[in-house]
Design a protein around this ligand. Structure first.
Ligand code: FES
Length: 105
């Protein structure tokens, strides 16, 4: 088994559509998570693991994603170009400033 150096968590939490908090699932987070995972896997990278997560507590900013050990938070739009850019930044150990959830980082 490979040593995992980085964990990428993407919220796929789903709530009733009448819940005022909203949810990442309603913004296609499962599709986004799958695409992110496939992009990284297709490059043969085995030490970065992409996982589904429950609510990460920042629903209004979703689709929410956090990467450890860095602790980088992203809002991932449902756009191929954005997902690709974020994937590349994760692989290269860089920060994709265009999609940072919190601008003070
Ligand atoms: S539902 Fe995704 S962060 Fe709460």
């Amino acid at each position: 088994m490979n040593e995992i150096k980085k964990h990428v968590f993407v919220c796929v939490n789903e709530r009733n559509e009448r819940n005022p908090k909203g949810c990442c699932a309603s913004k296609d987070s499962l599709k986004i998570m799958t695409q992110l995972k496939r992009t990284i896997k297709d490059k043969g990278i085995k030490d970065i693991r992409v996982n589904k997560s429950g609510c990460l507590g920042c629903c209004e900013n979703g689709v929410s994603c956090v990467i450890y050990p860095e602790g980088t938070w992203y809002t991932i739009p449902n756009k191929e170009k954005s997902i690709l850019e974020i994937s590349e930044s994760i692989i290269n150990g860089e920060i994709s400033k265009n999609y940072l959830m919190y601008s003070d980082k």
